[in-house]
Structures are given as C-alpha cells and as structure tokens.
Design a protein around this ligand. Structure first.
Ligand SMILES: *Cc1c(COP(=O)(O)O)cnc(C)c1O
Length: 361
C-alpha cells in the first residue's frame, strides 16, 4: 500500500486512522451485517451515528444550546443562496469580499436583495484582509458576510469584523475545526466538509435559533429552508449518510487528539515550519501579507512560471502531491489541513531546500 502526502485544497487529506476504521467497518458496521452506506437513514443504528456526530461536534466547538446544527447537502455553493433566501428580512446585507468564494457569494446574493460590498481586497489580488474595524455597515443590514479563510489566496481573518451589532455569517469551509471558535460571535457558520473534515457531499450549518424563520417567500423550495431541516433534525429527506458517518469518525479523532486547542497548536507549528522557510528562502516566496496568513492554505511562488512547473513535477517524485496553485493564481499552494502530519510539511520543506540549491543561479 502506498500513501502520498496530499496537499490538495479539497477534496483533501483525511486522517489515516479514520480511513482505516472506515475500512474495518465497511462490510459489517457494529454487527449489523451491513455497511453504513447500505443502511436506512431511519434505522436506530444511523440515528445513533448522526446524534453522536452532533453531540461530539457540539462538544468540540462548545456550541451554545440556542444554536442548531444541520447536516445538509449542496456544498458551500448552495449556502451562497440559502443564506440570503433565509436571512434577508429587510432585504439588505453587507458583504466583505476577500476572495473568489466571497465574491461568488456576493454575486449570488444579489438575486435576492440589495447587497452591498462594504470592503474588498481585490485591488491587490486578494493578498490581504482589509481593516474591518470601522466599516460603513448599512443600518438596515440583515447580516454581514465573510469568508473566514480564503482557500485560494491563503488569507485568514485573524480579527473578526466589527459588525456594529449586525449578525455575522461566516463561510468557514477551509478552516472549520482547525482551531477553537467562539460560536456566540456568529449568527450563522457554514462549512463544506471536504476541506478539513470529511468527504465531499456534506455541508455543516450552525445557526442561531432566532434566525430560523417560517415566513419565507412562497417560491422558496422546501429543501432550501433551514426551518425544514432544523425541525426534522437533518432527516427531512435522505441525508448524505455515509459522509456524516465519516465526519463522526473525524470528530472522535479530534476529541482523542485533545480537542481544538490542541489541534490549533499542532496546526500553528506545522504552518510555522513552512512560513519560516519561505521567509528565509532566496528562491521561494509567500504571496500573502504576513499579518493575513492562513495556517491552512499556503500559496507561494518562485517568480518564474517555468520553475514553478518544474517544482510541481519534481515534487511528485517524492510523493508530494497536488501542490499546484489554483488555476486563477498560478504558482504553488500547500494545503496543510488538520490531517496533514508534520512529517509531510518537513518533507516538503526539505524538498524545497534541495530544489532551491539546484535551481538558484
Ligand atoms: C471549496 C470552498 C467553497 C466551495 O465549496 P463547494 O462545496 O464546491 O460548493 C466555498 N467556500 C470556501 C471557503 C471553500 O474553500
């Protein structure tokens, strides 16, 4: 069996321990004689899986009782629509555009109301997080929207925007469960799990109860109402059952590791190894303003497209895989999510050192 160091931004690396357990339980899940894949989502066994998953997630993130946890489908993209459809009451919301995902959400929301772009970092290719301490928040805004970790550009909000009392909505897809979060500071958090938590197909939404509404427009499909999913404990229709099961194993893995404080410590250590090297390298350099750096996605370049290409190709010979930057940015990007072991980062840096020696003229 061969396992590579997979630096993909998503779908991404999962803990080996979790995959092994899933393999062990594939044919016969806890003496049921079947796989979780084959099981009724109304069965007692699956009910136990989804309830335990929610309980463990609540424990990991310390989610207050007045927040609902939903396991949905449709990816982060569907939340770009569900958020405005469900949260717009006055018909106005403020968006902070710090990357492609925030921009896509901002454009999608315009179908449903008056959407204001109150800050952006597009002027410098999204390489920083703008100062959001005193923005022009619309008095009647229903919410303020951010993408907390910008997967493509490698930036992260290290300070949340001052929303002046408005509810904060955060796309946490690529930093979800990478560190502790004060859920109370948000009205709604959503995350596609294929970045840091599980297989593609599951979307986790954490929403404060008072934001769950019944009085939605008549045209709104049932499947797009948070209320329907909340009332049915994410079992309104067939949920992505196997994906939820894998998430539940990852939650257990995180708990066993010591929870999110510990995970953060490990992640910061890994990121420091890579950033310290980038800051001292004569060939490679990071593309992001230092104060905005993400510890999950680390983009870097040599400044020479041919050399970048050569680097990505040669890295594969060392089982360092998926290091190509997003097609809109070029260069390289190492996604070093929770499941990436420190050895993987060290191996990458060692290869970068070797490559620098061989190619720096
Ligand atoms: C990957 C990603 C998305 C898009 O996710 P889909 O599941 O493909 O819809 C949105 N936001 C962020 C921050 C992402 O990293």
């Amino acid at each position: 069996m061969k396992r590579v160091y997979n630096f993909s931004a998503g779908p991404a690396i999962l803990p080996e321990e979790v995959l092994k357990q899933a393999a062990d339980e594939m044919l016969d899940y806890q003496n049921t004689g079947m796989s979780v894949m084959e099981m009724s989502h109304r069965s007692k066994t699956f009910d136990n899986i989804i309830k335990t998953a929610e309980k463990d997630l609540r424990e990991l993130l310390n989610i207050p009782d007045n927040y609902k946890v939903l396991f949905l489908q449709g990816g982060a993209h569907l939340q770009f629509s569900m958020v405005p459809i469900n949260l717009l009451k006055n018909g106005t919301a403020d968006y902070i555009v710090t990357g492609q995902w925030a921009k896509k959400a901002y454009i999608e929301a315009q179908k449903y109301g008056k959407i204001n772009k109150i800050a952006s970092s597009e002027d410098k290719c999204f390489s920083y997080i703008p100062d959001c301490s005193n923005l022009d928040i619309s008095p009647d805004a229903d919410y303020v929207y951010i993408c907390e970790n910008n997967t493509i550009y490698g930036t992260k909000f290290h300070t949340l925007p001052n929303t002046k009392g408005k509810d904060l909505v955060s796309d946490m897809s690529s930093c979800f469960l990478s560190e502790p979060v004060d859920v109370k500071k948000y009205g709604l958090i959503f995350a596609g799990v294929q970045k840091n938590v599980g297989p593609a197909g599951v979307q986790i939404v954490i929403i404060r109860e008072d934001l769950i509404r019944e009085d939605l427009p008549l045209w709104c499909p049932e499947m797009l109402k948070y209320k329907i999913h909340a009332d049915n404990n994410s079992l309104y229709n067939t949920p992505p059952a196997y994906g939820i099961y894998i998430c539940s194993l990852v939650f257990k893995w995180l708990k066993k590791l010591g929870g999110l404080e510990k995970m953060k410590e490990i992640n910061e250590k890994k990121a420091k190894i890579l950033y310290d090297f980038l800051d001292s390298s004569k060939l490679f350099k990071g593309t992001v303003e230092k104060s905005s750096r993400s510890i999950m996605n680390v983009p870097f370049i040599t400044g020479n497209d041919e050399l970048d290409k050569k680097f990505i190709e040669e890295a594969k010979e060392y089982d360092l895989i998926q290091l190509k930057g997003h097609r809109t940015v070029g260069g390289m990007r190492a996604s070093i999510y929770n499941a990436m072991p420190q050895e993987g980062v060290i191996k990458l840096v060692n290869f970068m050192e070797k490559f620098e020696k061989e190619n720096l003229k």
